[in-house]
Design a protein around this ligand. Structure first.
Ligand code: PSU
Ligand code: MN
Length: 285
């Protein structure tokens, strides 16, 4: 843990964890570092402390310097929760997914985390389910996101979260956002309006034995034609499977949208970090 994160946790200040797979794999330069630095700045503006997570030189790190961030941007393997052991033992540099990040956050005692979109059940390949879902169910961390990427099967993803007993809280919305669009047609399990209600609901979730929760924040704007582009990107994937599916789909969405998906991706992840910090501040206030 960085000294700042440790001191903030000891003082009961609002700490918000951030993932780095978005830096290492999800977004190309310069959007990746813009997103990471934008999230950290938004959390600080709201009076919070950012705790960006990665594996560096085989150590799980909670709270990165800007040099550390640049090392992740310049080349790191994708580390989901099951990859933590091998990455540590081999001394790797790793960019952590939501799954690995919530695990690290839980180990450090951080309760709030922000990302762009969580992983989920892939369209047409329901056997490809992100470890994000199980790991959120296990870790007492609230994950702020703009839903799950539109390239996923949202209805099946929500079914899995229901089976795993993970509350899906719509932040000022009744529908689960679809990352590039505000509406998906799929209902959330409960709606929360504003930081006070969100903080109160999370407190009650944790007091009644709940562990992880998803807080779904609608993206600031909609990407025109996102649904069509997502279908095309998924259709074109062919035999690609496993961990490279998500980065490939995101890259194809960027091409098909002429780069607009990248700008929206940066905007929405920074927005999620800001909302997470506002809720964390209310929670600890
Ligand atoms: N969604 C994005 N960008 C990303 C990811 C999701 O818009 O970079 C990353 C997150 O780190 C998420 C991971 O945890 O992809 C899910 O990958 P997989 O499906 O392999 O579990
Ligand atoms: Mn996957």
């Amino acid at each position: 843990m960085s000294p700042q994160v440790r001191a903030a946790l000891e003082a009961g200040r609002p700490v918000v964890a951030l993932e780095t797979s978005i830096v290492g794999q999800g977004l190309p330069a310069p959007h990746n570092l813009l997103a990471a630095r934008g999230c950290e700045a938004a959390i600080r503006e709201e009076g919070g402390i950012p705790a960006t997570v990665a594996v560096l030189d085989g150590r799980v790190r909670v709270g990165l310097s800007d040099d550390d961030l640049e090392r992740i941007a310049s080349g790191a393997i994708k580390v989901s929760s099951r990859d933590l052991g091998p990455a540590l033992a081999r001394g790797s540099n790793g960019a952590t997914t939501v799954a690995a990040t919530v695990r690290a956050a839980a180990m450090a005692g951080v309760r709030f985390m922000a990302t762009g979109g969580i992983g989920g059940v892939h369209r047409g390949h329901p056997e490809d389910q992100s470890a994000d879902l199980e790991e959120i169910a296990r870790s007492p961390v609230a994950v702020f996101c703009a839903g799950a990427k539109i390239v996923l099967d949202l209805a099946l993803t929500l079914e899995r979260l229901e089976s795993l007993s993970v509350p899906v809280l719509g932040y000022g919305c009744d529908e689960f956002p679809a990352f590039y669009t505000r509406r998906s047609g799929c209902p959330v399990s409960a709606r929360v309006d504003g930081p006070a209600e969100a903080a109160g609901v999370l407190r009650a979730v944790w007091e009644t034995g709940g562990r992880g929760a998803v807080v779904a924040v609608p993206p600031p704007s909609d990407l025109e034609g996102a649904d069509q582009m997502a279908r095309q990107a998924a259709d074109e994937l062919g035999d690609v499977r496993g961990g490279s599916v998500t980065p490939r789909l995101l890259a194809r969405m960027a091409e098909l949208s002429g780069g607009r998906s990248l700008d929206l991706n940066v905007e929405l992840v920074v927005n999620n970090a800001r909302v997470a910090a506002q809720v964390a501040r209310t929670f600890f206030g």
